[in-house]
Design a protein around this ligand. Structure first.
Ligand SMILES: [Zn+2]
Length: 78
């Protein structure tokens, strides 16, 4: 998400410096399933904290597992 500050290099929850960054292009074959959103073989859903469109992009903490960004995610209606 745009709200994630890329200059912050420590975990927002436990302040660990052990962050990993994931980045990948899905080429229209992303599957995303949650309690309220089911999107098989499609694009990466936006506003879910993992990128959006053709790209999966997020950072997570190797100590506590926290995905960096703004959570909780609001309930999705589509
Ligand atoms: Zn952490």
């Amino acid at each position: 998400m745009e709200s994630t500050d890329n200059h912050i290099n420590f975990c927002q929850t436990c302040k660990s410096l052990r962050l990993a960054e994931v980045s990948g292009k899905v080429d229209d074959s992303c599957s995303f399933i949650s309690a309220e959103l089911y999107k098989p073989s499609y694009y990466v859903p936006v506003n879910m904290g993992i990128g959006g469109g053709s790209y999966i992009e997020f950072k997570y903490c190797l100590d506590c597992g926290q995905i960096q960004g703004e959570f909780p995610i609001p309930i999705q209606c589509s």
